[in-house]
Design a protein around this ligand. Structure first.
Ligand code: AMP
Ligand code: GLY
Length: 435
């Protein structure tokens, strides 16, 4: 079958790499892709917003499956435009329609959905433009730290957590009245602070059956020890050691199953991936957020561990037979570290030559912010690439990944040196031992 993959980051490079291994694949096209994806599929270039161009491409290339990497096109209704065009009736989209994409596109919608279906999440109240007084009064009922969230998509920057009452008031004012985060901030969710450890769970669904994918933990802050500003993600580990069988069973029973069932019960068609951002509070999972796609860089550790054929799972979605397919996962641990440009997530230089990729033999290098310039590969973004390796346990996976990452160099290369360190088993303290 012929496939069109949409996106151009490290996640899409990992998806292209995985799809290219499928025995079911005839041709893979990637829009726009990056210098990493061209090894696995042909770069496409047309305007996704132009319905005629989209339709012409899908028909001309005989595309059966459109895989959408990032959330933007889903929230904007790409799936609906394909599904509702009678000329494209043979095309299956991996990713939900606009209505289902609201799970990510609107925090208020997601919170109310969870409330309706008894899915564990932090208690919350939502406020709109014009309700600043009520929102500030609500802070009196909350214990700090205050968690304030812009309702709409804000490129991962729409969540402010502060223990300072004055700052919380200021943020509410800026969002509800000052246009901070634009229209995304015109509605605000104030929620209870959850004290725990974060991790992510993923599933794939055809709308009735679903299969869990491997768990992962990402590292969002730019600096070692979780310091500095939030980023798209600086590294990831899969599986998450504390997400043991018991914990994942709770995630399956209390979160994944009621979410898929709830969508179905509400008549919201949903097919594709669902990313559940979770907090483990004393062994109990709570949902922090839903994303309607895979994560970046979580995909760079999940897909290398997936033994099953990804196109077979997509075929299961296309034909509504996902329940008959198998998700087979490699037992080893995968760790990925993102090599970024100095200055990221703020301003950074571009066009710096990247060397050493040919030296990497025992890891996968997934490209993101890269570009070819003549014969050279150069940096072209904040997150330049990510290096993924395996180990029989987390210690070995960390060591293997950093050994390979050290081979890839460019001026201003910056990376976290502690990916996975918090998950390494600490030596047990022996009671009554020598002091
Ligand atoms: P989100 O964009 O919803 O994933 O939130 C960004 C980050 O804020 C999360 O990754 C968490 O670290 C943190 N966060 C969000 N909601 C809460 C909450 N209710 N309690 C504690 N931390 C939270
Ligand atoms: N790494 C977090 C995300 O993809 O949203």
């Amino acid at each position: 079958m012929n496939v069109l993959l949409i996106g151009g980051g490290g996640r899409e490079h990992a998806m292209a790499w995985k799809i290219a291994q499928s025995s079911l694949l005839d041709e893979l096209h990637v829009l726009p892709g990056n210098p990493g994806t061209v090894r696995h599929g042909r770069p496409a270039s047309f305007d996704l917003n132009d319905q005629e161009a989209l339709c012409a491409f899908l028909l001309d290339k005989k595309i059966r499956i459109v895989v959408v990497g990032p959330e933007g096109p889903l929230v904007e209704g790409l799936h609906d435009r394909i599904a509702d065009d009678p000329r494209l009736s043979g095309v299956t989209v991996i990713g939900p329609r606009k209505e289902g994409a609201r799970l990510e596109g609107s925090k208020e919608f997601a919170k109310e959905f969870m409330l309706r279906h008894n899915i564990p999440t932090a208690a919350f109240r939502a406020f709109r433009k014009g309700e600043l007084t009520e929102a500030i009064a609500h802070l009196d009922r909350m214990r700090p730290p205050y968690v304030l969230k812009a309702d709409g998509l804000a490129a991962g920057k729409g969540v402010i957590i502060t223990s300072e009452r004055k700052e919380a008031e200021q943020v509410l004012k800026e969002m509800l009245e000052g246009g901070r985060f634009g229209t995304a901030g015109e509605r605000v969710v104030i929620e209870q602070f959850l004290d725990g450890v974060e991790l992510s769970a993923f599933l794939i669904t055809d709308g009735s059956a679903f299969k869990m994918l491997p768990s992962a933990k990402d590292y969002k802050r730019v600096g070692d020890g979780d310091t500095g500003p939030n980023t798209g993600g600086m590294g990831a580990v899969s599986p998450v050691p504390f997400a043991d069988k018991d914990f994942m069973q709770k995630v399956h029973d209390r979160i994944a199953a009621p979410t898929v069932r709830g969508l179905r019960a509400e008549g919201i068609p949903y097919q594709g991936f669902l990313f559940m951002g979770l907090m483990n509070v004393n062994g109990e999972p709570y949902v922090i957020e839903y994303n309607v796609r895979l994560g970046d860089p979580e995909t760079q550790v999940i897909l290398p561990r997936l033994r099953s054929d990804l196109l077979d799972l997509f075929e299961g979605i296309a034909t509504g037979t996902l329940s008959e397919r198998h998700v087979d996962v490699d037992d080893r641990t995968a760790v990925t570290v993102v090599l970024a440009s100095e200055g990221y997530p703020g301003g950074h230089e571009k066009g710096r030559p990247i060397v050493g990729l040919d030296l990497v033999r025992e890891a996968f290098v997934f490209q993101a912010g890269t570009k070819t310039l003549g014969e050279d590969l150069v940096t072209d973004g904040g997150r330049v690439l990510s290096v993924t390796s395996f180990g029989k346990d987390i210690e070995h996976a960390i060591a293997n990944t950093y050994k390979s990452a050290a081979l890839v160099a460019f001026e201003g290369r910056m990376f976290r040196s502690d990916i996975g360190h918090d998950l390494v088993r600490k030596p047990t303290l022996v009671k009554g031992g020598a002091s």
